[in-house]
Design a protein around this ligand. Structure first.
Ligand code: GDP
Ligand code: MG
Length: 171
């Protein structure tokens, strides 16, 4: 039997956008309110994607690394989840520079990535419109998901990670 494929995924985004909450949600289907913000961890997670068992190695970055550490993470990863918080415009504005760093480090390779606007349950304090996220994702030629680590309606969190695995495997 062929060895099940393994993909290395790194989760990027400003501190506080919910990277750890999303990863924990993916792994446990639960929401954990408080998670050490300085913690950087890797996790292994298996999922059945299109009738194939895929092993993900997921790096949950702290989001406060210096450039050198960030570059190391980028070199390590095959695919990237860039997360912003829909209630924090500043976190959205950090997406484009992150994307540039990915391109810079990985060039001339195309970088598999997905864009995630988290905390969609906080629509009443939203600062970034859904169309803005869609537009940015179109510019970056990647998939876009708005989701909530705490509500996770329709399993969107897993869908985002699975789509990224597909994207990595297509390359
Ligand atoms: P990280 O620094 O990007 O890893 O962010 P955390 O996962 O530590 O989350 C930062 C804060 O946002 C915590 O207080 C979480 O409880 C909260 N949080 C994370 N995801 C969501 C979400 O989808 N909805 C809401 N309302 N809060 C969230
Ligand atoms: Mg964290």
């Amino acid at each position: 039997m062929a060895k099940s494929p393994e993909v290395k995924l790194a989760v990027f985004g400003r501190a506080g956008v919910g990277k750890s909450a999303l990863v924990v949600r993916l792994l446990t289907r639960r929401f954990i309110w408080e998670y050490d913000p300085t913690l950087e961890s890797t996790y292994r997670h298996q999922a059945n994607i299109d009738d194939e068992v895929v092993t993900m190695e997921i790096l949950d970055t702290a989001g406060q690394e210096d450039v050198q550490q960030k570059e190391g993470h980028v070199r390590w990863g095959d695919g990237f989840v860039i997360v912003y918080d829909i209630t924090d415009r500043g976190s959205f504005e950090e997406v484009a520079p992150l994307r540039s760093l990915l391109e810079e480090v990985k060039k001339p390779k195309n970088v598999p990535l997905v864009l995630v606007g988290n905390k969609s349950d906080l629509d009443h304090v939203r600062q970034v419109g859904t169309e803005e996220g869609e537009r940015l994702a179109a510019e970056m030629a990647c998939a876009f998901y708005e989701c909530s680590a705490c509500a996770n309606e329709g399993g969107t969190v897993a869908e985002a990670f699975h789509e990224l695995c597909r994207e990595v495997r297509r390359r």
